[in-house]
Design a protein around this ligand. Sequence first.
Ligand SMILES: NC(=O)c1ccc[n+]([C@@H]2O[C@H](COP(=O)([O-])OP(=O)(O)OC[C@H]3O[C@@H](n4cnc5c(N)ncnc54)[C@H](OP(=O)(O)O)[C@@H]3O)[C@@H](O)[C@H]2O)c1
Length: 249
Amino acid sequence: MYFCIMEKKIVIMGATSGLGLNLAKMFVAAGWKVGACGRNESALARLKAQEPSRIVTAAIDITAGDAPERLERLIAELGGMDIYFHGSGILRESDFEATIATNVGGFTRMINAAYDYFSLSRQPARIVAISSIAGTRGLAELACYSATKAYDATFLEAMRQRAHKERLPLRIVDIRPGWTRTPLLDGDKHYLFEMDEETVCCGIFRATLRSRRVAIIGLRWQLLCALQHFVPAWLWERIHLPLWRDGRN
Ligand SMILES: NC(=O)c1ccc[n+]([C@@H]2O[C@H](COP(=O)([O-])OP(=O)(O)OC[C@H]3O[C@@H](n4cnc5c(N)ncnc54)[C@H](OP(=O)(O)O)[C@@H]3O)[C@@H](O)[C@H]2O)c1
């Protein structure tokens, strides 16, 4: 008898640094073929050199109009796509235009492109994206970032409804990590309930393959986010969450 075991393929947008980079390595180690993307070409080349036969790379800027075409070309080179994982995002409160262009404009552009691909293929597939615990409620110090992350979560929820309406065998997963020490965070600050990258990436890896629609990474963040939903608006406005403190120790 002849068995054909198809190689699974994942595209990771934002695989040049932090969570996306770690996740790319985990999927390669688990035997997947990985399409790694981001703007930093030397980081992509370094990643590819680790396992050239299992990694295909593409320089993609999600804020650029040609990003969906570049994604399409990468998928063809990879030989298909079972999971689209969106890990690209920035936290630059002083530059609200770049934050919105990346976390809202780029996010929408790429989730739509992945959705269009899966709606044509109609194969069982997944779109997985990282939003954030910061999107649970508006945060004074991170007004723009928290709003963009709330947008991402709502957009994913809407796409889930659309997939259901269109009877697509598509699972859409929203991953919300708590603060994790990656280059995204300010190196001079210590963040509330900060977690290490490896632990968080293990949680993200599991959540990417599981059936839960929303996965909050970090037990303390699961509790804190659940509590935040019960806080009335008049009280939330008086609460000042100590999101970070200066000094790493
Ligand atoms: N670290 C945390 O505490 C934390 C917590 C909750 C949620 N998150 C979210 O998790 C995601 C990953 O964050 P991280 O901590 O891993 O940060 P990171 O190390 O700074 O990585 C960010 C990734 O986004 C990519 N990116 C940024 N702008 C892009 C653009 N215009 N086009 C394509 N890719 C772009 C970067 O690639 P290039 O620079 O090569 O383009 C990089 O690979 C972000 O969405 C972040 O908001 C992080």
